[in-house]
Design a protein around this ligand. Structure first.
Ligand code: AMP
Length: 558
């Protein structure tokens, strides 16, 4: 398989981090540093101030928190590091991450924010903590109450500085900074640098090194790209629905860490999917086994980290699903390049947490194409989809006309029942046999449809909402210049997209671009081919075989 050439991958061990921190990262399942981490960590460990341009989702927290943890001496008294963040949610998140990174050296971290009873914070502060993470308002409050003494702080972080500016915290921040020692080290992270932030940096930082992860323009394959904005607790449910709706023939699912790969693998197995996990924690033999199962179709979902998927020998997959949004546009482009190969249709789906929408917009800018915002399917959508699939399977079976052996059963039953009743009962049986468990209670997934206007929004549809993502290809009409053909073999016979393309290109000798979407059902396959080649494909394929078997092929009427 041809891979995009990449810069040699950076490793955590090259960044100057100490063994106990490397161990913490390993136990979290982080396999390699993100670009902002590669840039910022050595500079911060070298004691320099850093101005970092990075949005949420890029791994910026670890970029400043790992050097922070390394600087802390747990035996020393007093607050040694202070992190300011715009919201309570982010403060808690940063405090938790810092705690995890510093677990090996017993770093004590406290989050302080408005809305939480101050007594508990006062108690913890009196007991002594090394790191305080908080919102500027509450930090100032503690300074005024003299419950927070910043005179021994050596490391200050301003996280999401532009957000703090927007929220009117800038004066609080200035006041807090004047309470910290002159010689401290300061890191400022912000997605954007409006003049007021630049001024703040000028005034309070010493000769900072600017780290930016710039993305070059990248070529993306022609794949359908969609994103679902889903809050973290709903991601698994949303993924399951998307998988049911899309019914991928083969898909790679990407997660950020080894631990997430394992968790998702387990969660999907429990739900009755057939996933396999691939990550850096596997040895070569385990890796080979996983890939064998995926290639043979015993598993149809491969869950992987980016590192593990590198150099993967997989021809083509129908779907690439980013369970976690990639941390840079380059990684996005690299991931989605695994589908839509050889001119074939592919789908790239990304689950984005509401906070990570900035990252999604960054990706859109780099790939130069809007990514459609789709609505998470409801249980009603899934039911409708099942009905649609069943109706179309019955129609195809009728047209295939290979059910002589069953006429007798129906004829006998028809003596006692109405044919419509018999057919309906048979349809129910077929549906029961193929359907997974119906969820008992519908989990309501919050819909995030009102994304702020973006430059791309001129593509909005007539309803003013960019949800034109038109669902699974099967309910859809083929493109005007394409015709859909029905082939009477499917998944049950182990058919994979490569077999279909191989057979058509090999027998009919038409270019691969003449082949569009391929949908493989249990018993049959629907394939789009260019109208100009359709008759020729039908003629040549009728005499040919797929996987050693002759097949019926004709225009599909669905
Ligand atoms: P942040 O941009 O700091 O909000 O980080 C986004 C997410 O990426 C968090 O869930 C982190 O745990 C995760 N993360 C950060 N660095 C890495 C890494 N090097 N490898 C895998 N996951 C990471």
């Amino acid at each position: 398989m041809t891979e995009q050439t990449e810069a040699p991958a950076a490793v955590f061990t090259d960044l100057g981090l100490e063994p106990d921190i490397l161990k913490a990262l390993d136990s979290l399942g982080y396999e390699e540093p993100t670009p902002i981490q590669v840039e910022a960590i050595p500079v911060l460990l070298g004691g320099r101030d850093v101005l970092g341009q990075a949005a949420t989702g890029t791994g910026k927290t670890a970029a400043f928190a790992l050097p922070l943890v390394q600087r802390i001496d747990p035996d020393k008294r007093g607050v040694q590091a202070l992190v300011m963040a715009p919201t309570r949610e982010l403060a808690v998140q940063v405090a938790e991450a810092t705690h995890r990174y510093g677990a090996g050296r017993g770093v004590s971290v406290l989050a302080v924010y408005g809305g939480q009873a101050i007594d508990r914070q006062l108690r913890e502060l009196r007991r002594g903590v090394s790191v305080v993470v908080g919102t500027p308002g509450r930090i100032l409050d503690h300074i005024r109450r003299r419950s927070l003494d910043l005179s021994s702080v050596g490391y200050v972080v301003l996280d999401e500085a532009d957000e703090m500016l927007d929220m009117g915290f800038i004066e609080d921040i200035e006041t807090i900074l004047t309470e910290t020692p002159e010689g401290r080290q300061t890191a400022l992270f912000s997605a954007t640098f409006p003049p007021r932030i630049a001024q703040l940096a000028d005034r309070h930082m010493t000769d900072p090194v600017r780290v930016t992860v710039r993305a070059p323009k990248l070529e993306t394959p022609l794949v359908r790209q969609a994103a679902y904005v889903v809050p973290r607790p709903y991601k698994l449910e949303a993924l399951a629905r998307v998988l049911d709706l899309e019914a991928p023939t083969s898909a790679i699912l990407f997660c950020r860490t080894r631990n997430e790969v394992d968790e998702l693998n387990e969660a999907l197995s429990v739900r009755g999917y057939r996933p396999e996990a691939l990550h850096g924690g596997l040895n070569q033999a385990q890796r080979d086994r996983v890939m064998k199962r995926f290639r043979e179709g015993t598993a149809d979902l491969l869950i992987a980290t980016d590192v593990a998927a590198r150099g993967l020998d997989v021809e083509h997959v129908s779907h690439v699903i980013n369970y976690d949004i990639p941390q840079t546009p380059e990684v996005y482009v690299h991931r989605i390049g695994r589908t839509g190969r050889a001119g074939r249709e592919g789908t790239a789906i990304t689950l984005v947490q509401p906070r990570e929408q900035g990252l999604l917009r960054g990706i859109e800018r780099v790939v130069g194409r809007p990514i459609e915002l789709a609505r998470v399917p409801t249980v009603a959508d899934l039911r409708a989809r099942r009905v649609e699939l069943l109706r179309s399977a019955i129609r195809e079976t009728i047209e295939e006309d290979e059910f002589d052996g069953y006429r007798e059963i129906v004829a006998t039953l028809a003596e006692d029942y109405d044919p419509l009743e018999i057919a309906a009962a048979a349809a129910k049986l077929a549906a029961d046999a193929t359907r997974g468990e119906e969820p008992e209670n519908e989990v309501e997934i919050p819909q995030w449809e009102n994304r702020p206007q973006r430059p791309h929004d001129d593509t909005r549809g007539p309803r003013g909402r960019r949800d034109s993502f038109d669902g699974p290809p099967r309910g859809r009409r083929p493109r005007a210049d394409m015709t859909r053909l029905f082939i009477g073999v499917g998944r049950r016979r182990g058919i994979r997209p490569g077999d279909i393309v191989g057979a058509i290109v090999g027998e009919a000798k038409i270019p691969a671009e003449g082949i569009g979407s391929i949908e493989i059902a249990d018993q049959f396959t629907l394939v789009e081919v260019a109208e100009e080649h359709a008759d020729h494909v039908i003629r040549t394929m009728s005499r040919a075989a797929i996987k050693g078997r002759p097949v019926s092929i004709r225009r599909s009427h669905d």
